[in-house]
Structures are given as structure tokens and as C-alpha cells.
Design a protein around this ligand. Structure first.
Ligand SMILES: *Cc1c(COP(=O)(O)O)cnc(C)c1O
Length: 335
């Protein structure tokens, strides 16, 4: 017989039941196949439209082989944090390759994009500084805003007037960091990065982009939204990219100048106090980077698929929101 529940658990059960009644209950679906076009999920054979595996690399033979060879060489676990003895030459080479691909001086690996975003905010901002974010930024950035010491404020979604008003209020002698999703993770629209870069330069603010849905996909070589808009690393001094979406692996990185990366290494608790991801994952990511650069047909095919989906939705009377990226929200109207 099950043990009786505590009053605390009974209270939680009550809250959970309310959530369910409001159709806000989140549930996992159990996947029984690798990430691919046709997947077996909760006992059904389905076509996958919802993964972030935009380039079909998550189950690519070359990545699988690199991961297996990586395990044969390095074992499974990294054993420690990067600043102890968990920073392998596989991680180190991947960082150099990421820096060279994205065009920044340095790149720094993280286990997740969530932790990378936390690191940017907590390492670079102090009490009295200002942190400005788009209202529809990813939850990890919103959390980073709440956890860092700076004054955190959100401007209206992609509204440059709203951003400028907040920039003019920031203190001249303090750091002001503006951070935005480049491709918004729910709506799929792209932030007006050229205008944002201009405003930030005018107001001597730092601009950081979360390129989780741009890296691998946008730009001629797939290096992300900075390449898409032909902006310089002066325009966008800090970029966060993830390796679990288009790159098909796991983890994330920050690309920036030597000074900014070193400051993050020295100060970011979400970098210092966590175990490095397995070196085999870095080996797979290195191969993914090569395929992203060499096989531009994957980006072309993605664009054709986006056009195909949009046309089919139109024919069927489905309402898609305005987006040219791989994120195509279908408007249903309620939860
Ligand atoms: C997925 C995502 C993240 C988090 O990255 P993880 O590596 O999954 O933790 C951060 N920002 C945006 C915009 C994302 O879509």
C-alpha cells in the first residue's frame, strides 16, 4: 500500500489538479527512436515538426562515429569542472574552432545555453549597472536578469523607441548591457540587430545576442545572425550560441573578445562550479561544425522546407504567424 501523503504533498496535489483544470499541465512524451523525420513517440509513429534539429545533424552518422571514437579515447565522463582537470584538448580545440568560425577572438564552452546566459549577466554586471532585455526574450535570459546584481528592465518587443528611452536613462559611468534573442524562440521573428547595434554604439552600451536559433542556420556559412546582417564584432561584442539545436549535439558557447571571455572564466559561477560536459560530446560538436560549414545544402533544404510548410498551411487555412525562420508558430488561439 502507498504511504500516506504529508500535508505539504496534499497541498501540491491540489495545485497540480488546478493546473490540469486550467489546461496548463505540462507532460513529457516518451520518445522511442532517434531524432529524425519519422519518430516513435508515446507508441505512435509520427512526423516530427517540433525539434530544433534544423539541419538533421542530431543522428548523423559522422557525429555518431565521432562521439563513439571520443568515448573510446576519453571514456564517458569529463571527471571535473573546466578549472579543475575536466578541460580536455577536445574542449580546447572546439573552443578555438568556434572562435574562428564565428569570427570572435575567443569562445568559451558551457554545458547548456541556460548556464551560458546566466554567466554573461552575472560575470559582466555589478550593482548599479543596467541590464536591458527584449520583453519576449527566452526564459533563461529573464532568469539571468533576475539573478544578476544589475538593475534589470525589459523594453517592448523589438521596439527601438522603447529601447532608446531606456538607454537614455542608464547611467553614463556604469555598464549597460543590452541582450536579446536574435531569433525569438516562440515567435520565430528576427530582432532588428543593425538598429540595435547603432543604438548601443551611440549610448556606449554593450550588445549581446542569444543566437540559439540562428547559429548553424543563418548566414551564408551558418555562423549565425551576425553574418546574416553583415555586422562586425564591434557591433555585436558578445554572442551566445547553442550546440544542442542546429548543431545537433549538446551544450553552448559564448564568443567574444579575450577580455570578456577571461572575465567570464574568472567570475561566472555557472562556469566555475559545474562539471565539464563529456569530451566525446566536444568531439561530436567539432565534426558538426565542419558539416555546418561544408554542407550549405542543409541550410538551402531547410529554407525550401520552410516555404513548403508555409504554402501547405495557407492551402489548409491554418494561420501561421509572420516568420521566415525555422520557427513557424501555428496560431490556435488558446492554451
Ligand atoms: C534553447 C534556448 C536556450 C537554452 O539553451 P540550452 O542549451 O537548451 O540550455 C537559450 N536561449 C534560447 C533563445 C533558446 O532557444
Amino acid at each position: 500500500m502507498a504511504e500516506s501523503k504529508s500535508a505539504f504533498e496534499a497541498g501540491l496535489a491540489n495545485d497540480l489538479a488546478k493546473r490540469k483544470a486550467q489546461h496548463l499541465y505540462r507532460a513529457r512524451r516518451v520518445v522511442e527512436s532517434a531524432q529524425q523525420v519519422e519518430m516513435r513517440i508515446d507508441g505512435h509513429d509520427l512526423l516530427a515538426f517540433c525539434s530544433n534539429n534544423y539541419l538533421g545533424l542530431a543522428n548523423h552518422d559522422k557525429l555518431r562515429k565521432a562521439a563513439v571514437a571520443g568515448i573510446d579515447k576519453w571514456g564517458v565522463g569529463s571527471g571535473a569542472a573546466h578549472l579543475v582537470n575536466g578541460h580536455s584538448s577536445a574542449h580546447h580545440l572546439l573552443e578555438e574552432e568556434l572562435a574562428s568560425f564565428t569570427g570572435y577572438e575567443r569562445a568559451l564552452l558551457f554545458s547548456t545555453g541556460y548556464m551560458a546566459n546566466l554567466a554573461v549577466a552575472t560575470a559582466l554586471l555589478a550593482r548599479g549597472d543596467t541590464f536591458l532585455q527584449d520583453k519576449l526574450n527566452h526564459a533563461s535570459l529573464i532568469d539571468a536578469g533576475q539573478l544578476c546584481a544589475a538593475q534589470f528592465s525589459r523594453y517592448l518587443h523589438v521596439d527601438m523607441g522603447s529601447l532608446e528611452a531606456k538607454l537614455s536613462q542608464s547611467q553614463a559611468d556604469k555598464t549597460c548591457l543590452v541582450m536579446s534573442d536574435s531569433v525569438f524562440s516562440m515567435d520565430g521573428n528576427i530582432a532588428p540587430l543593425p538598429a540595435m547595434a547603432d543604438l548601443c554604439l551611440q549610448h556606449q552600451a554593450q550588445l549581446a545576442i542569444d543566437d540559439a536559433h540562428g547559429f548553424g542556420v543563418l548566414g551564408l556559412t551558418g555562423s549565425g545572425s551576425r553574418e546574416h546582417f553583415a555586422l562586425t564584432t564591434r557591433d555585436i561584442p558578445i554572442m551566445m550560441g547553442t550546440l544542442g539545436k542546429a548543431a545537433g549535439v549538446s551544450g553552448a558557447f559564448i564568443a567574444s573578445s579575450h577580455e570578456i571571455i577571461e572575465t567570464i572564466i574568472q567570475k561566472a559561477r555557472s562556469y566555475i562550479y559545474t562539471t565539464a560536459s563529456p569530451p566525446a560530446i566536444a568531439e561530436a560538436a567539432r565534426v558538426s561544425l565542419q558539416l555546418i560549414q561544408q554542407e550549405s545544402w542543409r541550410r538551402e533544404k531547410l529554407q525550401r522546407n520552410i516555404a513548403l510548410l508555409k504554402a501547405a498551411a495557407r492551402e489548409n487555412g491554418w494561420q501561421l504567424m509572420v516568420s521566415d525562420t525555422a520557427i513557424q508558430p501555428l496560431l490556435i488561439g488558446d492554451d
